[in-house]
Design a protein around this ligand. Sequence first.
Ligand SMILES: O=c1[nH]cnc2c1ncn2[C@@H]1O[C@H](COP(=O)(O)OP(=O)(O)O)[C@@H](O)[C@H]1O
Ligand SMILES: [Mg+2]
Length: 193
Amino acid sequence: MSTTQLLRTLTFVTGNKNKLAEVRASLDGVIDVIAVDIDLPELQGEPGSIAEEKCRMAAQQVNGPVIIEDTCLCFNALDGLPGPYIKWFLKKLGHDGLNRMLAGFEDKSAYALCTFAYCRGPNEQPILFEGRCPGRIVPARGPPNFGWDPIFEPTGYNETFAEMALATKLDISHRSRALTALKQYFAGQPMDH
Ligand SMILES: O=c1[nH]cnc2c1ncn2[C@@H]1O[C@H](COP(=O)(O)OP(=O)(O)O)[C@@H](O)[C@H]1O
Ligand SMILES: [Mg+2]
């Protein structure tokens, strides 16, 4: 039997190629990730319930086990906003606009919050895995390849996510921390789950 047949396979519903690359890198050799691009509605509410509902809809559409992921960028001065709405804030305001939102505040601290959800199939209860990374919002530095990476400087580093090597980001990121929890969960589950 080849090694790949010994790997657990999970279907990840996403249309975001950067997320997919990071997830594949983090789970390399542990979980084989199959990507399915289905456009799922983005709901409003608290991050946990958004991820849960997104996962329920994904399991319904795929008609089988799935994982999904939702990422928030939360400004402490704004009590956690834009949070789950960061995608639209980023699209409309860009990196400069996001910095300007904090112009009236001394507190530039923020955190990235990543929630993975796993659902075994239609009408099953999703399980959530969270990861957080604290940092602060800075004027953009580094290549603009992935979302708000150029304006997020994680605590303890003087490089933004965009400036650092991907391996460094994967060591500390919100996404990697959530994936560590997900890997721990699956390590304790039989292969058919
Ligand atoms: O690790 C990251 N670094 C920088 N930007 C990110 C990261 N993860 C997600 N984003 C961006 O944050 C926003 C919120 O992500 P969401 O999870 O709703 O994205 P998706 O719909 O593109 O999958 C999107 O604009 C996405 O590109
Ligand atoms: Mg979202």
